[in-house]
Design a binder for this molecule. Structure first.
Ligand SMILES: C[S@@+](CC[C@H](N)C(=O)[O-])C[C@H]1O[C@@H](n2cnc3c(N)ncnc32)[C@H](O)[C@@H]1O
Length: 248
């Protein structure tokens, strides 16, 4: 009887040790490891949302290419100060840059003259947007821009090839942000940077739909989940965060 009890006790003890060790492995596993289960949950879609949540944030639906005129509105220069955004990217003339979720190329064609010996990949999931970019390239005889039709999980960029990725008013629309940012991280060179510009969710006075905004804390959590390192958050824009992340 005594022997039985001590065997049972040692089985229970061993099981307890194994479960503690297993928990420690899960806790210490790097954020970059693929989640064993989906990182997303779902709910009934809110207005303008797709009903899919990532780290508690509902993902917004995608702005169609028929909204192109909105991206090119004349007041945007004052509202979003695009030249200051590009200046804060500290680009070198030979840098290779990806404008991810490029839309009409509002930023692409401001980056292109800054990298005369480098290149700009204008990535978007909508052919209609890339057609607009191609027309602008032809009109301006621009040769250092390549339009890229990406997918929702893959920007189709070569591994370790990119110095800087710019994401303006686009990331909140990514329907698979975990897969996309994992692919972006692979495409970055070590030390390569991600510049994330999103409307400030913390500020109720910013007149933008809720799902088109992000808080700095949420953005940081999502970028760190794929192994990017937060460098700084600058608040020089009237209504948006300008956040910088780096591939270690
Ligand atoms: C609101 S527009 C912003 C365009 C541009 N960045 C600008 O500031 O003018 C968002 C763009 O992101 C693109 N987009 C949405 N999901 C995407 C994804 N998973 N990968 C690449 N582009 C995406 C949309 O097609 C759209 O052109």
């Amino acid at each position: 009887m005594g022997i039985h009890r001590s065997i049972i006790r040692s089985i229970i003890l061993t099981a307890a040790v194994i479960s503690v060790l297993a928990a420690a492995v899960v806790t210490n596993s790097p954020h970059t490891a693929s989640p064993a289960t989906s990182p997303y949950t779902s709910q009934a879609p809110s207005r303008g949302g797709i009903g899919k949540l990532y780290m508690g944030r509902e993902i917004s639906d995608v702005m169609g290419h028929r909204g192109a005129a909105w991206l090119e509105r004349s007041t945007r220069v004052f509202e979003e100060r695009p030249d200051e955004v590009v200046a804060h990217m500290d680009l070198e003339p030979d840098h290779v840059v990806a404008d991810l979720g490029a839309g009409t190329g509002y930023f692409t064609f401001r980056i292109s003259p800054q990298v005369p010996r480098g290149h700009v990949y204008a990535v978007d999931v909508q052919r209609g947007m890339l057609d607009i970019i191609r027309k602008r390239m032809a009109r301006g005889s621009i040769h250092n821009v390549t339009p890229v039709l990406g997918t929702t999980t893959d920007p189709r960029l070569e591994p370790s090839s990119i110095d800087a990725v710019l994401l303006v008013d686009a990331y909140h629309e990514f329907s698979d942000p975990y897969a996309m940012m994992t692919a972006v991280t692979k495409a970055l060179k070590p030390g390569g940077r991600v510049f994330l510009v999103e409307y400030r969710a913390e500020d109720a006075a910013v007149p933008i739909k809720r799902l088109h905004k992000m808080s700095a804390a949420q953005a940081r959590m999502e970028m760190e989940a794929v192994g990017l390192r937060w460098r700084t958050t600058l608040e020089f824009l009237p209504t948006q965060h300008f956040m910088v992340f780096e591939k270690p």
